[in-house]
Design a protein around this ligand. Structure first.
Ligand code: GDP
Length: 355
């Protein structure tokens, strides 16, 4: 006689009713798709959720999103540009996020609406972004008049910079009148930030050699103001000494030509000391350069540069991504190394005519 126990896997036997595993009332909640009109109306009325979603679309590399993102940007453009764009850089640990927390809080208290964006092409390294850490800017991140957006991840600096610039347009259209773009002062990202802001602030530390701070002379030359942070406790005297040294060093730099003398300040982000001085400096810069026309001139130059840079970036990408070119390079490189062909001739073979 067959053992019913062995049949159990083949025959269904009456047993205890099992509870339903899935909530029958559960429906997958899909966010309603928005049209371009929906996005633009939402942004213009200051709807932060829609602004966030539009930025996500701008940041997306999905071809399906690119056209929509471009339409939203084009339509927001006429409503953008009315903000003060401030770039902030400095080595990791200098106190950028602490500074932005304190500076930003002061700005929203006096009635400004502040958006904080980040450029961090090294985000691979930090697995996310420099603003990704939830503990950063705790107060500002819940301030109804502040909007904090971490760096778009992936892609090359050119791509990240473009996404940040476009996000800036959307934030301005949404009514944010001060935009801070933060970056780590160790690589090329400063040049990218400098190319999209009106005022560039370099945060520094006292008592750390320039090499230690990773600050290159080029970055100091880009700055519209240097501020030595952590001017508190035992560090205050050191900060004042560093302030005189940097003032002297800046005297050797060429004049900026926009009627602005680069000041060196000190502050303590943690103790809220002299943060208002930084704002005074930026306000002075804005009035002086608006009055003498260099504010607008700088923005115009930036637009022209974006135009050329983007052409360069796109052409280069298109060129190097082409399979023919890749095969050509593979073939020509060993011949160049073996002195069989001159590098010029090899390049002309790939690019076409000589210039
Ligand atoms: P970031 O990497 O440049 O964003 O620097 P953080 O804002 O994360 O600050 C790095 C460390 O420096 C943290 O431990 C802060 O608490 C500390 N810090 C930031 N600002 C000040 C300051 O003004 N004074 C002092 N003593 N410490 C500060």
């Amino acid at each position: 006689m067959a053992n019913p126990y062995y049949e159990s896997a083949l025959k269904e036997r009456a047993g205890v009713d099992q509870p339903v595993q899935v909530n029958p009332y559960y429906r997958r909640h899909k966010k309603a798709e928005l049209t371009a009109d929906g996005y633009v109306d939402g942004i213009l009325s200051g709807n932060r959720t829609i602004l966030s979603r539009a930025i996500t679309m701008v940041e997306s590399d999905n071809p399906a999103h690119i056209d929509m993102a471009q339409e939203i940007i084009e339509r927001c453009l006429p409503h953008s540009g009315n903000s003060l764009r401030i770039g902030i850089t400095g080595v990791p640990g200098v106190g950028k996020s602490t500074f932005i927390e304190s500076f930003g809080g002061m700005l929203t208290k006096i009635g400004h609406k502040l958006a904080v964006l980040a450029i961090d092409p090294s985000s691979e390294r930090t697995k996310g972004s420099i603003l990704g850490d939830k503990t950063r800017m705790e107060t500002l991140s819940v301030d109804p008049n502040a909007f904090i957006r971490p760096s778009p991840s992936g892609s090359a600096l050119g791509g990240v910079a473009r996404k940040t610039r476009e996000s800036m347009i959307l934030c301005e259209a949404a009514g944010f009148d001060i935009i801070i773009v933060e970056t780590v002062g160790v690589g090329q990202s400063e040049t990218a930030v400098k190319s999209m802001v009106d005022f560039f602030l370099l945060l520094m530390l006292a008592g750390a050699g320039d090499e230690l701070q990773g600050i290159k002379r080029g970055i100091m030359e880009m700055a519209d103001a240097l501020v030595i942070n952590k001017a508190d406790g035992d560090n205050l005297a050191k900060a004042r000494a560093a302030q005189s040294q940097y003032r002297a060093a800046l005297k050797l730099f060429p004049k900026t030509g926009n009627g602005w003398e680069v000041p060196v300040g000190i502050c303590s982000a943690i103790e809220n000391f002299a943060i208002d001085n930084v704002w005074q400096t930026i306000s002075d810069f804005s009035s002086i350069t608006k009055a003498n026309g260099s504010f607008e001139e700088n923005r115009t130059t930036q637009l022209v540069n974006i135009f050329y840079n983007w052409i360069d970036f796109t052409l280069q990408n298109r060129f190097y991504n082409s399979e023919d070119i890749q095969a050509g390079i593979k073939d020509l490189l060993p011949r160049i190394k073996n002195r069989e062909i001159s590098p010029y001739l090899a390049a002309i073979k790939l690019t076409g005519k000589d210039i």
